[in-house]
Design a protein around this ligand. Structure first.
Ligand SMILES: [Fe+2]
Ligand SMILES: [Fe+2]
Length: 222
């Protein structure tokens, strides 16, 4: 995954290799939520474990979405335990796992259409000898939004896809819907209604994408 070596003592940012699909499957299974097995099968079917997490900002390699989701879960756990203490954290642990691992589920797309497709750019110029324009996948931004998929925000799509299989609590739904926080101008509804789970998920997502995965710019608006 696109983790950068960091100056700090953040073990998540080291070159340790995790088996992200296994971590995700076992964490979701541990929640024992009705329908979770079918959800995991569906995640496999729609390419969750191979999808990138962004077009070219953070964790955009194959499997980046799974890696990002695990980073968010680990960060959320640290934030939750640090701020709430172990006993209080245990009470919301299941929701933290669900919210962290599913917050970006919508980045897999829907209706049989992937959200990210290869971003093909011109590869050189045609010549007299080779008049055909060649294309290659951009290295700087390997993926682009699929123009055939209507631009429903990915947080809303995450909720839709998850609830095809499992029930979400009101708090989980709220945290997932608003996980981009006030970085998204459509999210003003969150002001004054910040819950523990929302705050934990939002900052875990920010820490994972900006600090661990080294996002250098704001992700494209949706
Ligand atoms: Fe997201
Ligand atoms: Fe995210």
């Amino acid at each position: 995954m696109a983790k950068k070596e960091t100056e700090g003592a953040n073990e998540l940012a080291t070159a340790v290799e995790y088996n992200y699909p296994d971590i995700i499957r076992s964490a979701l299974l541990k929640t024992n939520r009705d329908g979770v097995l079918d959800l995991i099968s569906y995640m496999r079917e729609i390419g969750f474990f191979e999808a990138p997490a962004s077009g070219g900002n953070h964790s955009f390699e194959k499997g980046g979405l799974a890696a990002h989701s695990v980073n968010v879960m680990f960060c959320a756990e640290k934030i939750g335990v640090a701020l709430l203490g172990g006993a209080a954290y245990n009470e919301i642990q299941e929701s933290v796992i669900i919210a962290a691992l599913l917050h970006d589920l919508g980045k897999c797309g829907d209706y049989g259409k992937q959200m990210y497709i290869p971003n093909m750019i011109k590869d050189g110029r045609p010549t007299k000898a080779n008049p055909e324009q060649k294309y290659k996948q951009s290295e700087a931004k390997p993926w682009k939004r699929n123009p055939d998929l209507l631009p429903l925000d990915h947080a809303t799509r995450s909720i839709k896809l998850a609830t095809l299989f499992i029930d979400l609590t009101e708090e989980e739904e709220f945290a997932i819907r608003y996980h981009d926080g006030l970085y998204d101008t459509a999210n003003y509804g969150v002001k004054g209604h910040e819950t523990q789970l929302y705050m934990i998920l939002h900052w875990a997502d920010m820490w994972a994408s900006r600090i661990i995965e080294g996002e250098s710019e704001v992700e494209e608006n949706e």
